[in-house]
Design a protein around this ligand. Structure first.
Ligand code: LGS
Length: 476
């Protein structure tokens, strides 16, 4: 069991979750600033206004990464710091650019390879207000391309670019359940904002087009001289049939992955949406024009994989309701015989099941022709962690075991199954603003004391990855 010699590993974060300093150096508001101000949206009523204060602590964060032995770091750029209002004709904020240029220089100086996510959900609020943000098929892709070009030009030293983080979450959680910003729902009875069961599928489509435009720009105007690579990061859970003897449950397992991953990956690798989605959604799923197919098909240099959990899948009978986004099926933690998929965590949706990671790496590899994969997020919360004393928090054996099991499963997928995985970024370098769950749920390998000057305390898991990867990565 091993990983390739040039394998990169480290930790991941996202701008709105760690930076804080929302008014510093000319930053404009993002849709998450606005969303957090709506009472009831965030579990503990908090926001990312201060978070881990990482905007002001870049040196401390880089020292931390170095001390943990990381060879790579994935972080995202706050679009609102670069172009405060967001659009291609709006003013650029040089202070915002300078901040990230210096950050990348400092990372490289420390021997850490940067992976930059251009969009981790924090759209400039100005674009949402101006033209409906992600819903706008004409304007949004052009504005995203302009912002992406601005960053490619500013940071030629970055060789690994991720256009979008988890477009599924932006589309479904932002426009179907309303759990994330901007909080639309597909069900008109639940929200006065959402106006149709089409919104999530339109948003997904527009994100694909915007991704395609940024990739084309990079490949034509930056890659030839800079020599980097670019891809998208998709999330998806592993699936196991609730009743392995029922072919409809077995079929539903594939359908679940198609509605999560293939929604975006099929257009990128094959130039079309999955048949299962077209069959269920009909004309609610937009059609690609030939120009759009040309933009999107073949637009990944690598596949960015975010993965956390697994579910048993039970098919549903009958016609799915308009707001069904899973593929007419149920996701369960217990199978027909009463077996449990994995232990509880602090997150209602997360149950560790490492074999599922190996299975999904194989599923993806077979379907998409063994692409180069970077695992851009993987990690866990821990039940009740927030209420524990610090002494107990830093002894996070549950998380140590999670990483151990998942990384070993990945190494087996590489050396025994031929999966082309080249990097792994654990979520997350430190506890941070966990979106709608606020600060109650902690995903960090480092404890952040929000009450006492955001002081960082590495947990046992933080120190467990260096020896783990040290034993798996081939020496020559
Ligand atoms: O912090 C986020 C981690 C932790 O939980 C990170 O910013 C995301 O990229 C990633 O999605 N992560 C994450 N995902 C779970 C999303 C919640 C799903 C809720 C499902 C409701 C139907």
């Amino acid at each position: 069991m091993s990983l390739p010699k040039d394998f990169l590993w480290g930790f991941a974060t996202a701008a709105y979750q760690i930076e804080g300093a929302i008014h510093a150096d000319g930053r404009g508001p993002s849709i998450w600033d606005t969303f957090c101000n709506i009472p009831g949206k965030i579990a503990d009523g908090s926001s990312g206004a201060v978070a881990c204060d990482s905007y002001n602590r870049t040196k401390e964060d880089i020292d931390l990464l170095k001390s943990l032995g990381a060879t790579a770091y994935r972080f995202s750029i706050s679009w609102s710091r670069i172009i405060p209002v967001g659009g291609r004709n709006d003013p650029i904020n040089q202070k915002g650019i300078d901040h990230y240029v210096k950050f990348v220089d400092d990372l490289l100086e420390a021997g850490i390879t940067p992976f930059i996510t251009l969009f981790h959900w924090d759209l400039p609020d100005g674009l949402d207000k101006r033209y409906g943000g992600l819903l706008n098929r004409e304007e949004f892709p052009l504005d995203f391309e302009h912002y992406a070009r601005t960053m490619f030009k500013a940071i030629p030293k970055c060789k690994h670019w991720i256009t979008f983080n988890e477009p599924w979450c932006s589309s479904i959680l932002g426009y179907n359940s309303g759990y994330f910003a901007p909080g639309h729902t597909s069900d008109r009875t639940k929200s006065p904002v959402g106006d149709s069961a089409r919104e999530p599928w339109i948003v997904g489509h527009n994100l694909l087009i915007a991704h395609g435009r940024a990739v084309k720009a990079y490949r034509e105007d930056f890659k030839p001289t800079q020599g980097g690579e670019i891809g998208i990061t998709l999330n998806g859970d592993a699936t196991l049939p609730w009743d392995p003897e029922d072919p409809l449950d077995v079929e539903a397992c594939d359908r679940k992955i198609e509605f999560a991953i293939s929604w975006f990956a099929d257009p990128i690798y094959f130039g079309k949406y999955p048949d299962s989605m077209r069959k269920q959604l009909g004309d609610r799923l937009p059609e690609f024009t030939p120009e759009e197919v040309a933009l999107v098909k073949g637009s990944n240099d690598f596949y960015g994989m975010n993965h956390y959990t697994a579910n048993y899948i039970k098919h549903k009978k009958g016609v799915p309701p308009e707001d069904d986004f899973l593929g007419n099926l149920e996701t369960l933690f217990y199978d027909k015989k009463g077996n449990c998929i994995g232990p509880e965590t602090q997150s209602f949706w997360l149950r560790p099941h490492a074999q599922g990671f190996r299975d999904l790496l194989n599923w993806l590899s077979k379907r998409y022709g063994y692409p180069k994969i970077y695992v851009t997020e993987n990690g866990t919360s821990l039940k009740g962690e927030n209420a524990m004393p610090l002494k107990q928090i830093v002894e996070d054996d549950f998380r140590v075991k999670y990483f151990n099991d998942y990384v070993n499963a990945m190494a087996k997928a590489h050396s025994e199954d031929g999966v082309n995985v080249k990097g792994y970024l654990a979520w997350s370098l430190m506890d941070n603003f966990e979106w709608a769950e606020g600060y109650e749920t902690r995903f960090g390998v480092t404890y952040v004391d929000y009450e006492n000057d955001q002081k960082r305390y590495p947990k046992k898991s933080a120190k467990s990855l260096k020896p783990l990867f040290g034993s798996l990565i081939k020496k020559d």
